[in-house]
Design a protein around this ligand. Structure first.
Ligand SMILES: [Zn+2]
Length: 264
């Protein structure tokens, strides 16, 4: 019997968005949803996995995002010390998912082969594809490779009983989603395979994309991986904070627990 994981989303930043920034073909005049920024935590009695590491205050200023708190501080409020975390799953290498990696000095980073190839390959000569990467962070991750701190995965992989990663691509060529065994069954953390619930539910791709057909296939793949469509958690949707409850009063507005039935 696999011990179920508790799963949390920790919100660390937010920004106002126009509809056209969130959906291909969105009305440029229509104001859109806010975009929230999260890191995720999956833990049980034996293992702790942090999924993505967010960005820091300097990056928030540069890219004009409203920074709420360091992701490490959010993890601290859940009793997790970033300095001792052993496993960090990197869904992809965009700046809002891999900044702050220096706050995890003990971590092994779990990454898809195809994400490192993409982030260091031919498409980065085109700003449309390189814009959401920070060169210094990519270089630092290459240094981590040489230091033996990156575990590469190619497609599907089990990192521990009840926790698997799955390459889906689409948004970037190497994006992976994370499937976690919980008391409800299999839960899928979509990360940027679906920024908003509406991207996958209404079939409207997000405009930052490397391969649109692959993005569409990724939505289907997540429905196969999750035990119920409601157990897929969108990567940047402010609705996450409404669908799920804070684990305690002091974490209100900061973190929500995802291995509970969502309130739709
Ligand atoms: Zn993102």
């Amino acid at each position: 019997m696999t011990e179920p994981y508790e799963v949390y989303a920790i919100r660390y930043a937010t920004v106002a968005r126009k509809s056209a920034e969130n959906f291909i073909g969105g009305d440029p005049h229509e104001s859109g949803d806010r975009m929230d920024y999260f890191v995720w935590l999956a833990r049980n009695g034996t293992r702790t996995f942090v999924i993505d590491t967010g960005f820091n205050e300097a990056a928030a200023k540069r890219r004009k995002r409203d920074f709420l708190r360091s992701p490490a501080e959010g993890l601290g409020l859940l009793g997790v010390d970033a300095a001792t975390v052993a496993d960090v799953i990197v869904t992809h290498l965009h700046y809002d998912h891999i900044g702050n990696f220096d706050l995890f000095p003990k971590a092994q980073f779990h990454l898809q082969d195809r994400e490192m190839a993409y982030a260091t390959g031919r498409y980065m000569a085109t700003e449309f594809f390189s814009y959401a990467y920070e060169l210094d962070e990519i270089v630092a991750m290459v240094r981590n490779v040489y230091a033996g701190r990156v575990t590469f995965h190619d497609g599907d992989a089990e990192l521990a009983p009840g926790l698997t990663v799955h390459h889906v691509g689409g948004h970037t060529l190497g994006l992976q989603v994370v499937r976690v065994w919980t008391k409800l069954g299999w839960l899928v953390l979509a990360s940027d395979a679906s920024h908003y619930y509406r991207n996958m539910d209404e079939g409207r791709p997000f405009p930052v994309v490397a391969n649109i057909p692959q993005m569409v296939d990724g939505w289907k793949r997540m429905r196969e991986l999750a035990d119920h469509p409601n157990y897929i958690v969108a990567g940047h949707d402010p609705d996450v904070m409404k669908r799920y409850k804070a684990p305690s009063a002091e974490l209100e507005g900061i973190a929500v627990r995802l291995d509970e039935e969502p309130d739709l």
